[in-house]
Structures are given as structure tokens and as C-alpha cells.
Design a protein around this ligand. Structure first.
Ligand code: NAP
Ligand code: 12T
Length: 340
């Protein structure tokens, strides 16, 4: 039982992550007093349902956070940059889903299965950051291996769904598929190239070293979450025409000797992970089955014979749930249980 009810504001309530936040708050019976749903001028005044009741969406403004205890933010980085500090100044602790504060040394970056203790640092700025979706599912799968065998180096390639880029991106994929089936030229606004029936080796912008910002986020955020600045991670982030669910091919070179059976057993008994790995029966994780689920799914666990000690694995999770809304709410649950 929770100690009391908490007033919760959701910034970006009308977006893909916002919708998932509302669903999960309901499912997990989060102890909510007042609920304030906030978005931009585009949708302010519209109505959203929560626990069977209609709530009118308000406009995200300077005074919106008076009397609120917790702010769950996903309105985009530039908006969080302005409003998260305002919310925190009003005494509303923010759990922010955007990239804005993740690398701020005074803001904890948290995945509850990996570094829940970091939440204690929320007091410095009143903000806790939720990592990037691709980082979250990777670190959940790596944590038990890191603790038991030590990790020398990780090589990861992602297969990321379009929902990671928001509602408009999902609509763009649908419109492009429709256009191509009708023999017309597809329009593009969100993605840099046609997304339908294509794979784009670019997520977010390019940096000077030739990597994309999404790839840099995976390296920097993973190091911060593990508290290991020298961890070696070599990433390639790819967008694929899947609506929900990110997949990752992860190669892990370990310090100590490791067997496939040990890793299967270890991951099967680790929090937040479900192993689906029965090659004889053709069983492995796929986005069509892992979407709308909470776990990080791991399969295709196999030995890497090209290094002294290493394994390969295939990791799938719902990017809107564990990759965003669920992780945010797990952080909020610990916050109310242990701190507020
Ligand atoms: P989305 O479907 O495009 O929704 C964006 C939301 O932000 C909508 O509710 C929108 O309101 C609101 N918004 C936009 N500009 C605003 C403004 N000026 N003031 C107030 N609200 C504003 O995007 P999404 O997929 O939900 O993602 C939202 C953000 O969350 C992303 O920008 C990203 O930073 C973050 N995100 C993080 C992860 C992660 O890796 N953990 C995953 C996905 C997304 P309107 O409906 O009124 O426009
Ligand atoms: N570019 O919150 O486009 O850092 O899939 C999340 C998702 C950035 C983020 C995406 C992105 C973030 C995407």
C-alpha cells in the first residue's frame, strides 16, 4: 500500500509515449490524486480517458505545475529543456523521457533493473532522466552478464521501429505503403528517405565522427548507467519498417569464460527479462509477439567462437513500454516508495 496519493502531471499526454503512460498508470494502479494532462496548442482542449473518466487536455504553461508532486515528461527535448526545470522549481519531481538531461552529471539516468540506487540523486535538480529506448533494452540484457562474467566489449546493431519517432512517423510509414501500392510517389517529412520497404542506417542526426546521435546516446548512456566510463561499445542504429518494438543483435565479449547454458539460465532468472530461445522449435523473440508486453525478451543465445570468451544474442522489447513509458513509471514507483 502506498503512503498517500500523488498529484501527477503528464507533459506530452497526447503523444505515443503519453498514451502508453496513461495505460500503464491505470494497469499498475499508480496512487494518483489529481491528474493533469498537458500538451501543445494543437491538442489543448481535447479529451482523453483515464480510468473511465474524461480528462480535458491542458496547455503546458509556466504555472501548470503548482501543487503537482510528479511530472512525467515526453513533449520533446526542446520543450523539456524549458519546462522540466520550471516544474522542478515548483516542487514537482520530473521523470523526463527526452534526451535533454540524460548526460547532465546532476541528473540521475535510471533503469530500475540496473541502477535503482541512482534515483537518490534526484534531489540536486528535481529531475530524473529516462534513457533512450535502445539503451534501456540493451542494458537490461547486459546487466546480469556484466555482474557475473565481466564485459570487455559490446558490438550492437539495432533494428528500430518507427514508433520511436512518434505519431507522425507511424502515419508517414502507413501513407508511404499506401502510396507505393497505388503506384504513386510517397511523400516524406519525418524520415530522411522513404521508410516503406526500406532500412535506414540513420536515426537522429550525424555527428562529426560519422556516427549518428542515436549511436552516441547508446554508448554514453550505457557508460553512465553502469558507472563505467571506459566500457567499450560499438553501435550501429538502423530504422526498419516495423511499427512497434525494437530488436538488437548484441555481441558481448566477456572477461571470464562463459557458456550458452549459463547465460540462458542466468537471464531466465533475472528481473525484467524473458528468455525465448528454442532453436529446435524455431522459437526466438519477434516484435509481433513482444509488442505490448513489459519484458525485455532474449533469444538466439549462442557462442561466439571468434573471441576467447563471448556470446551473441537477439534482444527485443516494446520501445514505447520498457523503452519509454514503463521504465518511467517504474522510476516513479520507486520514487514514491522510497523518497517522496
Ligand atoms: P509524439 O507522438 O510525436 O508526441 C509528442 C507529444 O509532445 C504530444 O503530446 C505533443 O502534443 C507534445 N508536444 C509537442 N510540442 C509541445 C509543446 N510545445 N508543448 C507541449 N507539448 C508539446 O512523440 P512521442 O513518441 O510521444 O515522443 C515524445 C518525446 O518523448 C520525444 O520527442 C522523445 O524526446 C521522447 N521519447 C523518448 C523515448 C525513449 O527513448 N525513452 C522514446 C520515444 C520518445 P500535441 O499532440 O499537442 O502536439
Ligand atoms: N531519435 O529519446 O527516433 O533520445 O526513434 C528516442 C527515439 C530519440 C530519444 C527515434 C530518437 C529518442 C528516437
Amino acid at each position: 500500500m502506498s503512503k498517500r496519493a500523488y498529484n501527477v502531471a503528464i507533459a506530452g499526454a497526447t503523444g505515443m509515449v503519453g498514451a502508453e503512460l496513461l495505460k500503464i498508470l491505470e494497469e499498475r494502479n499508480f496512487p494518483i490524486g489529481e491528474l493533469r494532462l498537458l500538451a501543445s496548442e494543437r491538442t489543448a482542449g481535447s479529451k482523453l480517458k483515464f480510468n473511465g473518466e474524461e480528462h480535458t487536455v491542458g496547455l503546458l504553461e509556466d504555472e501548470t505545475f503548482e501543487g503537482m508532486d510528479i511530472g512525467l515528461f515526453s513533449p520533446g527535448a526542446s520543450v523539456s529543456k524549458v519546462y522540466a526545470p520550471k516544474a522542478a522549481a515548483a516542487g514537482c519531481v520530473v521523470v523526463d523521457n527526452t534526451s535533454e538531461f540524460r548526460m547532465d552529471p546532476e541528473v540521475p539516468l535510471v533503469v530500475p533493473e540496473v541502477n535503482p540506487e541512482a534515483i537518490a540523486g534526484y534531489e540536486k535538480k528535481g529531475i530524473i532522466a529516462n534513457p533512450n529506448c535502445s539503451t534501456i533494452q540493451m542494458v537490461v540484457a547486459l546487466k546480469p552478464i556484466y555482474d557475473h562474467f565481466g564485459i570487455k566489449r559490446v558490438v550492437v546493431s539495432t533494428y528500430q521501429s518507427v514508433s520511436g519517432a512518434g505519431k507522425e512517423a507511424m502515419d508517414e510509414l502507413t501513407e508511404q505503403i499506401r502510396a507505393l501500392f497505388n503506384m504513386s510517389t510517397p511523400d516524406k517529412k519525418v524520415f530522411p528517405h522513404v521508410m516503406a520497404f526500406n532500412c535506414l542506417p540513420q536515426i537522429d542526426v550525424f555527428l562529426e565522427d560519422g556516427y549518428t546521435k542515436e549511436e552516441a546516446k547508446m554508448v554514453n548512456e550505457t557508460r553512465k548507467i553502469f558507472g563505467n566510463e571506459s566500457m567499450l561499445i560499438s553501435p550501429t542504429a538502423v530504422r526498419v519498417p516495423v511499427y512497434v518494438g525494437h530488436s538488437e543483435s548484441i555481441n558481448v565479449e566477456t572477461e571470464d569464460a562463459v557458456t550458452v547454458e549459463e547465460v540462458r539460465e542466468l537471464l531466465s532468472n533475472s528481473p525484467g527479462i524473458e528468455v525465448i530461445d528454442d532453436p529446435a522449435k524455431g522459437l526466438y523473440p519477434m516484435t509481433v509477439e513482444c509488442a505490448e508486453q513489459d519484458a525485455v525478451f532474449v533469444g538466439r543465445i549462442r557462442n561466439d567462437p571468434t573471441v576467447e570468451h563471448g556470446i551473441n544474442m537477439w534482444v527485443v522489447s516494446d520501445n514505447l513500454r520498457k523503452g519509454a513509458a514503463l521504465n518511467t513509471i517504474q522510476i516513479a514507483e520507486i520514487l514514491v516508495r522510497d523518497y517522496l
